[in-house]
Design a protein around this ligand. Structure first.
Ligand SMILES: [Zn+2]
Length: 216
């Protein structure tokens, strides 16, 4: 468990009951209505017209809000370690929905620093997952484990001697590049790029600062 401050700034916790979730929802609706009185009634209530598909990690520390957008702007798929297997039915369906039905003009693959999936492979803890009843996660992280082994083996710029946070960030960027390449093999994406209706970007969110940098 991370060492977080005792007096939490967070809204809910593991002990919160469902009434507290609903109460929190009401407070959020009130704040949204104060800031954007027309959002629900005149925009979200009439349908969605998102401009972008965001594919990010399932990590709780970031989502589409890091671009400062409102509900209705970004269509989102979150996967562990933002892995995009080109044969993943959920990914393919999401891309078809976003690109062909909703006509988004951009796909952004947004990885992040301090990624748990990457760190699990980097610290050689992936091998312990099957004994922790996490066999699916073990299998799912195979691609990242291969990436970690490759980067260690190549040892460019003395990678093996770097502090773990630096290693982790380098691997997060390489993972974004790999997922960017995976996405670009999908027919729907290739067609969108070739007819100039779609652009694909790979980016990294920094959990320490909230800032985003472009990778590819
Ligand atoms: Zn992650």
């Amino acid at each position: 468990m991370p060492d977080l401050p005792q007096d939490s700034i967070f809204t809910l916790n593991r002990e919160s009951d469902i009434d507290q979730f609903l109460h929190s929802n009401h407070k959020w609706v009130n704040s949204m209505n104060s800031a954007h009185p027309v959002l629900f009634d005149q925009y979200n209530g009439k349908g969605q017209d998102p401009h972008t598909l965001l594919i990010s990690c399932s990590d709780s520390r970031y989502n589409e809000n890091c671009f400062g957008v409102l509900p209705g702007e970004i269509f989102t798929l979150k996967t562990v370690a933002n892995i995009c297997h080109a044969d993943d039915l959920s990914l393919l369906a999401t891309i078809e929905f976003a690109v062909l039905q909703l006509k988004v003009s951009k796909i952004i693959i947004l990885g992040h620093t301090d990624c748990g999936g990457i760190k699990t492979c980097l610290t050689n803890k992936r091998k312990d997952l099957p004994s922790q009843n996490c066999g699916h996660l073990f299998k799912y992280l195979t691609e990242l484990d291969t990436l970690v082994n490759d980067v260690n083996k190549k040892n460019e710029n003395n990678f093996v001697d770097l502090p773990i946070e630096e290693k982790s960030k380098i691997l997060s960027i390489k993972n974004v590049e790999n997922q960017f390449n995976n996405i670009n093999t999908i027919d729907t994406v290739k067609e969108g790029i070739s007819n100039s209706t779609l652009q694909v970007f790979g980016m990294l969110y920094n959990v320490n600062t909230g800032l985003i940098e472009k990778c590819v």
